[in-house]
Design a protein around this ligand. Structure first.
Ligand SMILES: C[S@@+](CC[C@H](N)C(=O)[O-])C[C@H]1O[C@@H](n2cnc3c(N)ncnc32)[C@H](O)[C@@H]1O
Length: 277
């Protein structure tokens, strides 16, 4: 695992925006694309729609949303990272896509036309913001009546299970959650999203549990693997874990890789589908 020091800008979200994170988000989307597509289906997203990707990152889901809405629709992605927004715009230009734009914007202060979108999607974004209520309120304002907001986010991050168990896993997942909280985030935000939606004029149509099992050698196993490859050095730099704990985690992880009986149940997530009244 790389020991390179990563310089973090205050504006940047806690996982950073460097090349490693850009690549990790791409892989993450590959591994979670089907789950996103199912959410969009339940949200009624379809050809011709105007969709908003809230905290779009480098635009991996945004690109799939443009395919879904087709030439008659349009997609707007917003993210606080100028680097991710530039990446998205460059990719879309290279692909000759004209119906998608990315804008640098804090999702807690959404500055978008009122009643403009048929649907909005926020995946793994609310867990990083200080005021998820402000985000839900802003999204609700930007949706047309009958428009849907689909959220996929953690509701109990530290509820991850790695079998066989080892205390070091709980210690490190706890440290990850703490670093998010230290920057204003909430790794259990999914537990309040339905209430926030109801308070902001969105009727909660569905609440679905999202949980998957990864085993060593499966593609989904790469998800925690790449996450920890990128983030363990940061946890040490931040003083959240010691070098000794990092080594203990790496050793326990290697043991799990060589045990075909190992498994991970991904951190519990919730999918919430709300409709603007
Ligand atoms: C884990 S990434 C998820 C990206 C994308 N939603 C996806 O699922 O691939 C979290 C994203 O939220 C963005 N973000 C975090 N806080 C934000 C804020 N206050 N305003 C806008 N974007 C924010 C980050 O810059 C990052 O791109």
């Amino acid at each position: 695992m790389s020991g390179e020091e990563k310089v973090m800008d205050e504006q940047e979200y806690v996982l950073g925006t460097d090349d490693d994170e850009l690549t990790r988000l791409g892989l993450q989307h590959e591994l979670w694309r089907e789950v996103a597509l199912q959410g969009w289906e339940r949200g009624g997203f379809r050809a011709g729609h105007a969709l908003l990707d809230v905290g779009c990152g480098p635009g991996y889901a945004t690109f799939d949303m443009t395919r879904l809405v087709g030439d008659e629709g349009r997609v707007v992605g917003v993210d606080v990272s100028q680097r991710f927004v530039n990446h998205l715009n460059a990719q879309m230009e290279a692909r000759g896509l004209r119906n998608v734009t990315a804008r640098m914007m804090n999702v807690e202060e959404l500055d978008l036309p009122v009643s403009d979108f048929d649907g909005a999607f926020a995946r793994w974004v609310l867990c990083f913001v200080s005021s998820p209520a402000a985000v839900v309120e802003g999204v609700a304002r930007s949706l047309k009546r009958g428009g849907t907001f689909v959220v996929q986010d953690y509701c109990h991050y530290e509820g991850v299970t790695i079998g066989p168990r080892d205390g070091i896993f709980g210690r490190v997942f706890g440290a990850v959650a703490e670093t998010w909280r230290a920057r204003g985030g909430d790794p259990n935000v999914g537990s309040v999203v339905p209430s926030l939606m109801e308070r902001c004029g969105l009727e909660v149509k569905e609440i679905n549990a999202i949980s998957r099992v990864a085993r060593p050698g499966t593609s989904l196993w790469q998800w925690p693997e790449t996450f920890f490859k990128n983030y363990l050095p940061t946890l040490v730099d931040l003083g959240s874990i010691t070098e000794v704990e990092k080594k203990a985690f790496e050793n326990a992880w290697q043991e799990r890789i060589s045990d075909p009986g190992s498994f991970i149940i991904t951190p519990p997530m919730v999918e919430v589908v709300g409709i603007k009244r």
